[in-house]
Design a protein around this ligand. Sequence first.
Ligand code: AMP
Length: 547
Amino acid sequence: MTMHGLMMDCPLMISDILVHASKCHGDQEIVTRLPESGQTHRQNYRTTHERTKQLANALIEDLGIEQGDVVSTIAWNSHRHIELYYGISGIGAVVHTVNPRLDPKQLIWMLAHAEAKAVFFDIQFAPLIDGIAQHCPNVKHWILMAEDAHLGAVQTECRSYETLIGGKSSDFTWPVFDERTALGLCYTSGTTGDPKGVLYSHRSSILHALACSASDVIGVGASGVLLPVVPMFHVNAWGIPYAALMNGAKLVMPGPQLDGENLHAMIEEEEVSYVAGVPTVWLGLLNYLEQNNKRIDSIKRVLIGGSALPEALLRAYEDKYGVTMQQGWGMTEMSPLGTVNAALPKHGDLDREEEIKIKLKQGRLVFGVGMRIVDDEGKELPWDGESSGHVQVRGPWIASGYFKGAGAESFTEDGWFMTGDVAYLDSDGFMTITDRSKDVIKSGGEWISSIDLENEAMGHPDVEMAAAVGMPHPKWQERPLLVVQAKAGAPKDAESIRAFLADKVAKWWIPDGIEFIDAMPIGATGKMLKTKLREIYKDYEFPAVDA
Ligand code: AMP
């Protein structure tokens, strides 16, 4: 017979992280470049807790938010966004972080799908809000994340964050409820159809934050200074808003100022030791450092993920600037942590070139993430460093399904999530991604749906068939190349296709390259053969225009 342990069954509540941070790291700071003014704002964790309790009272008393309600944010990384993370989830509601780079049509769809009751936004998104507000009947409250003085920037009827929380009491007791309660919602653009919502729970987020805290993962303690460049609307800024407070690290929040010059200034001023973001950002910073002969000596580690770490970037930062580049792999559906690249003791004797080969792998499996690699028939492949197959994962911070039942085809019958990545594993659990089976393009860390792009392009009167493929790009890692088979006798006019797409997709989705092909390669099932197209255009170079 099973004998149960005699340990307390305390539910894992996200509010406990904030309470801990305020009690044990009360003087530790969050430093923000304010989105509304560019000025530097400092606030410690004790104050953050007090303000978050004021916010909790405001959410309940003034906005009528109840447990299970969805509250959206369209915002940069800031102390207010941290308060919203903890305040909304802490009362049992769901914080829905929205990617402002989406097309307004998609935003309207998403806010309706999420049934958002209130939206908190930064001043940079005021024009966006003015454009969409009238199409979002379910949103009852729009809140500008600033003081009243900035309300003139918005035409939509709204109130300011500081006034909303200003008059409220900071007397609030965080409720305790089922740890499986939803805490956050983040949509991911899939291959086809509408974006799909990933719904995190209190339990999953705390376990993920604990896993992030391990020394070979993020492992930043109370003496660490962490600058998440990865936005809080992109998979919870990789869990940093939770892990930093759990460990009492200082947080440096860049607001909208993500260019090389501003990042460098914040790194210097705040003596940042750890930064995290997608490769495009580190390319921008590198250019700034090189052109201005600057250094970033306080930085010890850079966590880089979202796309593969380019070798040149790795060499430049490590060899010239003495920082350790650490690659991570994950997904929105995985909270996002899956693998992080940290050397093993046996790698200590390797020469530099061998070491670089290892560092270019996506990383070693983090405890808590189960992984298997399977072939096309679903047969499991060995971890032999060469058998490449489809990556499937499972674990306590991995989605078991999508919001409102979407995307069931992404899960196997025996409960694994199919990532759409193709990789091999070696006998030490290091994963190397070799391909992607999902039909998407990832540009500067953000998804472009190749299928949506193709469908829109095929609406052009001269286009018979169109296929969008992601091709390597020096700045954005990948950009879309649109391969077009024109209708018989029709002109092959790339500019006309570009102009046609201009009001149909987000500006940054417009293909950098449009190439015409006489006959589109078609597979046995009638599908356009993208593998063949990638082969044909393998040496393709985009015209030298910035995306
Ligand atoms: P997202 O859900 O937007 O975080 O995107 C997850 C996807 O980004 C993964 O399934 C991969 O295709 C890709 N990705 C993330 N990290 C890496 C990496 N280090 N190397 C290559 N691809 C990556």
